[in-house]
Every structure is written in structure tokens, then in C-alpha cells.
Design a protein around this ligand. Sequence first.
Ligand code: OAD
Length: 242
Amino acid sequence: MKTEMERQHIVVLSGAGVSAESGINTFRDSDGLWENHRVEDVATPGAWHKDPELVLRFYNERRQQIRGVEPNAAHKALASLEDHFKVTVITQNIDDLHERGGSSEVLHLHGEIFKARSTLDERLVYDLGRNDIYPGDLCDKGSQLRPHIVWFGEDVPCYPIAHEITQTADLIIVVGTSLQVQPASFLASAAPYHVARIVVDPKAEADVPAFYLREKAGAVMPSLVEYLCEKGISDLSGLEKL
Ligand code: OAD
């Protein structure tokens, strides 16, 4: 048995596709609309400025939806990787399905739906628990609360930490992301050159050198994890047979 210090480090970059089989729509599989809204109407600083009530309502609905779904086989398989490896999940998802699936180290690049933050001081972040956010809900300094989400056009404060994490990776697994949104997309190639990459996505294009598993995450991730736990990460040639 290896100690924590000796464990190999698998970094997982996940996106909306990993939660698709739990019943949450991906972004780019739905005609450019996100749950019937244009992204610029609900997920930009301009949208918040123009119609904060709409934005709050939109995220309250997303929160309700996420409360009603469960982690799927992919989330659970990724959690069980921790029996053999050090695993860090860097996700673009704002849901909590990796955590509920059992993953212990999860970094949310684009924020978390179950948190709120102050519009005055971004360091003031609050757990929402069972609550939603309504007009008039204020932070400790008296300003309106907003969703703790990174909107288009905003900085991604966790990016430098995420980049640093990829530098210590022994293997990268990219799952369920179109890699179309920067800077998250840079992370797939940010690890040192010798580090192998596995991409799990039914519609993946071969734009980075990697082992491609073009299947749904819930279908293939359990056998991928079983393979890695049994054979290790140095010989990935058997992945073709999964
Ligand atoms: P996208 O909707 O851009 O991409 C989802 C990817 O998942 C696509 O490549 C699909 O082919 C793939 N996919 C669909 N079903 C799958 C399944 N069952 N198993 C595996 N893969 C599957 O979502 P993201 O790349 O996550 O940003 O989008 C990135 C960001 O853009 C989001 O975080 C969000 C969005 O607008 C913000 O909200 C700031």
C-alpha cells in the first residue's frame, strides 16, 4: 500500500457532460440556449445590471433542479478512484454532484450554485443550504447577494490554483466538456508534455493528443476506473478494448 505522499495524482477536468446522465442539460447541446435563455440574458454582468430579478429567478430554478437530481455512475466511479490514487477534480460545473458522488477534492472553476456572495465585497461568500436568493437578501455589509457564479466576461479567480494543480498531475482525465470556454480549456494542455490524457466524450474531436473514449461518461467511466485501479496508469494501451 502506498502512502498519501507516494500516490500518483490524477487530475480530472469535468464539464456539463458528466452531469448529463443525472438529468442536467449541457450548454452546447441545446441550440445555444441554456434552459430556454440566451446566456447573455442570465449569465453576464450586463444581465445582472439590467434585470437582477430574472437572473436570481433563473439560478433559483437551476438550484431547485439540482436539488432534485442524483450523482450518476460517472461521479461515483471518479470518487472510487480515490481508493488507489490522489485525485483532484477541477470542474466547470456549478452543481454539487461530484461532492455528493463522494469526491473529496473538488475545485469549482465557475463557482457553486449552493453559495451566494456579496455584490460589494467578493470575499463575503455564504453557504445557502436549503435557501435561495431573493431581491432584498443582503450581505453583512448591506449589499444585495448574488449567485456565487463566474459569469461570462468575469475573471476566473481559481484559475491560477487550477493551473498549479495540473503541474503535479501524473494523468489527466477530461470528461464531458467541449473545452470551448477559456481559460478552462487551457487546462487540458497545461500539464507537462509527458503526462497522458484520456478524453471521455461521445462527440470529442481529436484536437489534443490523447486516448479518446467516445462514449457517455456514465457508461464508460466505471470500466475506465476499474482499468486504472487494476493496471495502473503507465500502460493505457488496453483502453481501446473498453
Ligand atoms: P458544453 O455544453 O460546452 O459541453 C458538454 C460536452 O459534454 C459536449 O462536448 C458533449 O458532447 C459532452 N457530453 C454530452 N453528454 C455526455 C455524456 N453523457 N458523457 C460525456 N460527455 C457528454 O459544457 P462545458 O464544456 O461544461 O459556463 O461548458 C463550459 C462552460 O460553458 C460552462 O461551465 C458554462 C457554460 O456556458 C458558465 O456558466 C460560466
